[in-house]
Design a binder for this molecule. Structure first.
Ligand SMILES: *Cc1c(COP(=O)(O)O)cnc(C)c1O
Length: 494
């Protein structure tokens, strides 16, 4: 039977997958390489945020879905239009959110995954993918100082005691990572909650400075906001240990069970670290689960110069760490790490029927540790970002961004009209121009609309601030001085 379809169901198809991959990749990567270079040199606007309907028209989106055509000579044009109207995270004046300025290895890893599509959540569906997830998780466990997850003995099927070593899983983002870590915490204190629901006296102590995903996770878990006890914080939104101690005592006296204490390393808004050593001491004293949200500041573990700020994290029970923030990895790649593997294995079921080791399984099935079934090759991205130049290069990048932020603090806080509420501890800094909340918002929006600078904004202690995260390797003192000059000239204070 002769058919006009390009997908004949009999005979030899000449439509071999892969025939068009090489020319298409060449075409697309030529545009992408130019885009990254143009963005990093900063000679073009930092942002260009057109209304949605204009982008639809520019991208010719509706027509292309119906008629196709990307394949036939339209790919370059489409890719160029798409990236030209994107938000340029490689731009030195991109200072807004904590989203990585990805390195070349991250881009290649995404392409590799796009070509082979091995999810890695089941070992047989992605043996090399799962291998790199295992390797990168163990690397992270070692950075914290927790015993890494050993491989079982392949000959004897002997399973190492999961209470004697750590474990982890990579998930699609820090928000999901917080949920998984809190499920692990619940499995420790209320193991039958998976079957019977939450005990009514379960409470979680959380500072108001926590990322909103913590509150979301607790609501998703059916605990609701009522289960959250707020830990008092200081003027810069750091947990006050004495106040935490008081809240713990009070909660226990009232007959509550404390499922977890959540601390930040560092907080999203200010980039400051909670006093982890003091918090860990309180948790140890009462045998409470300590969860450290190190989505942003996990990288401090890599920095000889700055790791003292995250000291105490090794005394926690769980820790989450986003590689897609400060590790040059494209979104998403977040790690959930636990000190004792048992708790992660129990997070999703009462009696874990797992078999990760031994002769019956050639590798680890990460599917039992996460919400996702199919997922991207998260470990591959992280591995390649590290392996591109070696881990020291990423550590140097982290140090350089934190050191730059210290320098920017000096420049900003000594200039008339500008102020910073605190000395930075990471690459995040809040600052204020003049003394009017509305002015901060006006400045941010005007600079963004005109494509000059992309800043974010945050409230600290009830006041509105301009905020930046120094993500690109190119942001330097010249950029920050130009920012201050621009603000001063445009909005003179009288
Ligand atoms: C960014 C961040 C999160 C959320 O991570 P996503 O990967 O964006 O979901 C959670 N907690 C903290 C402290 C963060 O900085």
């Amino acid at each position: 039977m002769k058919t006009d379809s390009i997908y004949p169901i009999n005979g030899q198809s000449d439509n071999l997958a892969g025939n068009d991959l090489l020319p298409a990749v060449n075409e697309a990567t030529t545009v992408l390489a130019q885009y990254v270079t143009d963005s990093a040199t900063g000679n073009i606007p930092a942002a260009q945020i057109k209304p949605l309907h204009e982008n639809m028209a520019l991208l010719n989106a509706e027509k292309l879905i119906q008629e196709g055509g990307l394949k036939d000579g339209n790919l370059s044009h489409f890719v160029k239009t798409y990236v030209d109207h994107s938000t340029r995270l490689h731009h030195p004046k991109y200072l807004a959110h904590q989203t990585a300025s990805p390195n070349t290895a991250a881009a290649i890893a995404d392409l590799m995954h796009g070509a082979i599509n091995n999810p890695g959540s089941l070992y047989e569906m992605g043996p090399t993918t799962a291998t790199l997830e295992y390797v990168t998780l163990n690397w992270m466990l070692r950075k914290i100082g927790w015993p890494e997850e050993p491989l079982g003995d392949h000959n004897t099927s002997e399973i190492p005691d999961p209470n004697t070593h750590g474990a982890g899983v990579l998930v699609n983002g820090g928000s999901l990572a917080n949920l998984v870590a809190l499920l692990a915490a619940r499995s420790a204190i209320a193991p039958d909650a998976w079957e019977n629901g939450n005990p009514s006296n379960l409470k979680v102590l959380v500072p108001a400075s926590s990322h909103y995903s913590v509150a979301r996770a607790l609501s998703i878990m059916g605990l609701g906001k009522q289960a959250m006890i707020s830990i008092p914080v200081d003027a810069n939104e750091r947990i006050i240990p004495a106040a935490l101690q008081e809240k713990v005592t009070q909660a226990l006296q009232q007959g509550h069970q404390i499922m977890a204490v959540v601390a930040n390393a560092c907080t999203t808004g200010t980039g400051l670290f909670d006093p982890l050593e003091d918090i860990a001491s309180i948790c140890e004293q009462h045998s409470l689960w300590l969860h450290v949200d190190a989505c942003h500041g996990g990288v401090h573990l890599m920095s000889n110069k700055h790791k003292h700020l995250i000291k105490g994290a090794e005394r926690a029970d769980s820790l989450v760490w986003d590689a897609h923030k400060m590790m040059r990895v494209s979104g998403l790649c977040a790690a959930v790490l636990v000190r004792r593997a048992t708790h992660l294995q129990n997070a999703f079921q009462q009696q874990a029927s797992y078999l990760f080791y031994g002769s019956e399984s050639p590798g680890i099935d990460f599917i039992y540790r996460s919400v996702e079934c199919t997922k991207n090759a998260l470990g591959t991205k992280l591995f390649m970002a590290l392996a591109w130049e070696g881990e020291q290069a990423i550590a140097d990048y982290v140090d350089s961004r934190i050191d730059a932020t210290h320098q920017f603090y000096d420049i900003i806080s000594t200039r008339d009209g500008f102020s910073c509420p605190y000395q930075p501890e990471s690459n995040i800094l809040c600052f204020r121009y003049g003394d009017d909340d509305a002015l901060q918002i006006e400045i941010r929006e005007a600079l963004l609309n005109e494509g000059l600078f992309h800043l974010s904004s945050a409230t600290v202690n009830g006041k509105r601030y301009l905020r930046f995260s120094v993500m690109t390797p190119q942001t330097d003192d010249i950029v920050v001085t130009e920012l201050l000059d621009t603000i001063e000239k445009r909005w003179p204070l009288d």
